[in-house]
Design a protein around this ligand. Structure first.
Ligand code: ADP
Ligand code: MG
Length: 480
């Protein structure tokens, strides 16, 4: 029996209804729609990024397990955030009309033909892949300037005001989440503000390649070339993707030359400085070095605080200054990490209906950090059972048996919780270690423990003490 995405989602929803607390069900599952179903994947759509991340993180495994049961084949569940109209504006990127053969730049003549044969068929729809537009939020106004990005911001502003004249190409490089894409979009916005008729294109290097391949397959390479070569400003994100992709590099080389020769602005981003881009042809690397390459570094503490204040303001959030400080101290590597921390705090506070106090923030963030650190298993499942049984004064073997007395049941739940959080074992495996219990039973048990830790201080202390015995580190009383 084949189902549609929506039908399958209905089945999964009703199957998990029981094992998820009402408020959580309403917040995280209720409003979620099914987008697509392929052989092995169900794609869901949640209202925003934080809901999507949360749902996938917390309930992904359960949804997958239920879906797998229902379909009787392995199912992966992914959750996407719906693209709100406000986050991505309609076409602020203009595309030039297709090819005027007469304007074909020199580069075209020696473009390689080796790949220019129609390839195996590809769905035609792909050829008209939707173009990304500039993210409305990625403007200069919303970009907080600190010592880590001062030079990059100044160069971006200059390039936007005098495209093709000052720094060409302008290259931003640095680690993930430091604002490269943001600055690049900001240039696009400002160029269009200065000159609404300017032709600006933003593509990732990967998309450039995909479009090129599709164009080849459709016999539309002339249009593809003309389109990019007629831009006033070309923004190409993440050029490290070109690594090892020779024909794409070749094509890009000619696009670059055509634009450069007619003084059009080229802006690139990459994960490292041009001279360190391995797997990119020397002739391209040397062109990347013709202009200005500036790095973006992780923000310092003051800048992190300023960014957080700005984000809170922009999103209409009220965050206590001490909470801001706490986040800024705890997230040091990138702006993306700062944003992630805020999202996590909002999510946890809304699920547990708690105010975000500095204490709450530091506990959640500490937990988040620990979740991310690769953990050394400090204990074994057997030891967890033994210690839990001892602490709850029950027999260890009763935990895996059918015994349902209150104290055994409680100890069993706690041992499951500890196995999950200390050893991060999969739910099914935990179930097996307790006499072949079903993973949704395990999940339910763990959630009960979490809930009770929230509500019952004495219980929380007992679990904390147990965790401390087992891991040697003070336990975190926060649920996750
Ligand atoms: P990169 O392209 O370097 O990986 P992004 O440009 O995607 O990073 O930035 C990651 C997130 O951080 C984006 O949401 C962006 O708006 C935000 N961001 C980065 N730097 C700043 C900054 N200086 N001020 C405000 N927001 C920033
Ligand atoms: Mg980026």
């Amino acid at each position: 029996m084949e189902m549609t995405a929506a039908e399958l989602w209905e089945h999964i929803r009703s199957a998990v209804r029981e094992s998820i607390p009402d408020h959580a069900y309403a917040s995280w599952i209720g409003g979620v729609a099914a987008l697509a179903l392929t052989d092995d994947e169900l794609v869901l759509e949640a209202g925003n990024r934080f809901k999507a991340e949360w749902l996938e993180d917390k309930y992904g495994e359960l949804l997958e397990a239920r879906g797998t049961d229902i379909l009787r084949r392995r199912l992966k569940v992914t959750v996407r955030a719906s693209t709100s109209p406000d986050a991505f504006a309609p076409p602020s990127v203009r595309l030039a009309p297709p090819a005027h053969a007469s304007t074909a730049p020199d580069g075209l003549r020696d473009a390689p033909r080796s790949w220019a044969h129609p390839g195996p068929s590809m769905p035609l729809e792909d050829a008209r892949s939707p173009r990304p537009s500039l993210n409305q939020r990625y403007t200069f106004e919303r970009f907080v300037v600190g010592t880590n990005n001062q030079l990059a911001t100044a160069a971006a502003g200059a390039a936007a005001d005098r495209p093709g004249r000052l720094y060409n190409p302008l290259v931003f490089y640095g680690g993930v989440g430091l604002g490269k894409t943001h600055l690049m979009h900001a240039i696009g916005h400002q160029v269009l503000r200065n000159n609404p008729d300017a032709r600006v294109a933003y593509v990732s290097a990967e998309q450039f390649m995909n479009e090129m391949i599709t164009a080849i397959q459709r016999g539309a390479t002339a249009q593809f070339r003309a389109r990019y070569r007629e831009m006033d400003v070309l923004l190409v994100d993440d050029v490290q993707f070109l690594k090892g992709k020779e024909s794409t590099q070749d094509e890009f080389f000619h696009t670059f030359n055509a634009l450069y020769d007619s003084h059009r602005q080229i802006v690139l981003t990459g994960d490292r400085p041009p001279q360190e881009m391995e797997g990119v042809e020397e002739r391209l690397v040397s062109r990347f070095e013709w202009g200005l390459a500036v790095d973006l570094r992780p923000p310092d503490l003051e800048t992190r605080i300023a960014i957080l204040r700005r984000k809170a303001e922009d999103e209409g959030l009220v965050l206590d200054p001490d909470v801001i400080e706490c986040i800024a101290h705890s997230c040091t590597t990138s702006v993306r990490e700062l944003e992630g921390a805020v999202i996590k705090l909002l999510a946890v506070s809304s699920v547990w209906n708690k105010e975000i106090t500095p204490d709450f923030a530091s506990r959640v963030l500490d937990l988040r950090r620990r979740e991310r650190e690769p953990r050394q298993p400090q204990t074994s499942p057997e030891r967890i059972k033994e210690e839990t049984a001892q602490a709850w004064r029950v027999r260890a073997d009763a935990l895996s048996a059918k015994t349902r007395t209150r104290s055994v049941t409680e100890a069993r739940h706690v041992a499951m919780y500890v196995m999950r959080h200390v050893l991060e074992l999969p739910l099914a495996e935990i179930g097996n270690r307790f006499g072949g219990r079903d993973h949704s039973t395990v999940l339910y048990s763990i959630r009960k423990v979490e809930q009770r830790m929230e509500d019952d201080r004495e219980f929380r202390t007992r679990v904390s003490d147990l965790l401390q015995t087992l891991t040697g580190t003070p336990a975190d009383p926060m649920v996750h």
